[in-house]
Design a protein around this ligand. Structure first.
Ligand code: ADP
Ligand code: TRP
Length: 338
């Protein structure tokens, strides 16, 4: 894609301890994209801590998860000098813009929004009143997300399928403001699907997810990592039987994380027969260790020197505020006829 003069923005919600699925599906692609964009455009990447407050009221936990996400991105190669990297709660312009956008957001949009509907469906499935436990933060989630996006004249937002609708809501709100005042007050963003990001299965074969207790943690110590990898579910086919690799969970996991030559070796071993599951687990463990060892060291360093990370986040917030301020002024000029 051509990113010349384009602003690309990604937000990450700090709601759980990271696993290998988050790494291959979200962290690695976001950082790679950042490197591509930075050559010709602007890359904005932030920790969406106010979005997380809707779900997490345990303050020390939220602080810890926010730290972990920030350190993980830096450890995995995000360059804070090239990307605008900050904590959402450090940019007050976003919340002023949110208040403005509220007045232009039809309530019906919120009733149909994905995050809210998913919460309602969960309640209904449990036989509870449909709005049980749902706060206004979750209900109006897409308005804050629209402010996140619109505050920097963002052109493109790389997202997973579940977030496309939220970006469309941002585009709709911006479009109606532009129509009302008959000028381009806000830039209309578009989403693009991060389809290349594969879904990594967990140790039980379902999607790897913190909700399923089937994760291989991202920065775990060797013994914890080993236990998780050795616990990957296997079948009881004869070791010598030729197998279809696509039907073997170990192979699907290896494909997500191991280098091509190792994946090739496993594929051949399964197709021919004779390669045991224990051997494959050892190869996967080695691949994860090779991929993560240096990153884990950096991650541990950043976690224990968080004051350095805090400085980077603060410097990022200064950059973000400088970008958001003129956009906010432009909106206020339009709506108050200043
Ligand atoms: P979880 O499913 O563990 O709750 P989240 O929903 O918080 O994870 O996802 C955070 C990010 O990581 C999202 O961008 C999501 O697409 C990605 N992600 C989560 N699990 C996987 C997986 N198993 N494979 C690929 N990407 C994943
Ligand atoms: N809603 C996104 C998620 O749940 C996180 C997010 C918040 C975001 N603001 C954003 C993503 C702006 C892209 C753009 O994953």
């Amino acid at each position: 894609m051509n990113y010349a003069n384009k602003t690309i923005l990604t937000g990450v919600k700090p709601t759980g301890t990271l696993h290998i699925g988050n790494y291959v599906g979200a962290i690695r692609p976001a950082i790679e994209l950042g490197h591509q964009v930075n050559q010709s455009g602007r890359h904005v990447m932030f920790v969406a801590d106010y979005h997380a407050v809707n779900a997490i009221k345990d303050a020390p936990l939220l602080a810890q998860l926010t730290k972990e996400i920030a350190c993980a991105y830096l450890a995995c190669g995000l360059n804070p000098n090239h990307s605008v990297f900050y904590r959402q709660s450090d940019v007050p312009e976003l919340f002023e813009l949110t208040t403005i956008l509220m007045a232009y957001t039809p309530k019906g949009f919120m009733n149909k929004a994905h995050a809210y509907k998913a919460a309602v469906d969960k309640n209904i499935a449990k036989g509870e009143p449909q709005d049980a436990g749902i706060n206004m933060g979750l209900y109006t989630y897409p308005v804050l997300m629209a402010a996140d996006i619109l505050a920097y004249d963002t052109d493109m937002v790389p997202v997973g399928k579940d977030q496309v609708q939220h970006v469309e809501i941002a585009a709709d709100i911006a479009g109606s403001i532009n129509a009302l005042y008959d000028k381009e007050v806000l830039k209309i963003p578009t989403s693009f699907l991060t389809e290349s990001a594969q879904v990594l299965p967990g140790t039980d074969g379902r999607k790897m997810s913190k909700s399923y207790n089937n994760v291989i943690p991202l920065f775990a110590e060797d013994n914890v990592l080993k236990k998780a990898v050795m616990g990957i579910k296997t079948d009881c086919q004869d070791i010598n039987a030729p197998k279809n690799p696509d039907e073997i969970l170990l192979y699907q996991i290896a494909r997500g994380i191991a280098p091509e030559n190792v994946v090739g070796e496993i594929k051949e071993g399964l197709e021919k027969g004779g390669m045991g599951y224990g051997t494959i687990k050892k190869m996967i463990l080695q691949a994860i260790t090779d991929e993560m060892a240096e990153k884990r060291e950096k991650y541990m360093y950043y976690l224990s020197h968080f004051d350095e990370v805090e400085d980077m986040l603060q410097a990022g917030a200064v950059k973000a505020r400088a970008l958001a301020h003129p956009v906010l002024e432009r909106v206020k000029d339009a709506i108050f006829n200043r």
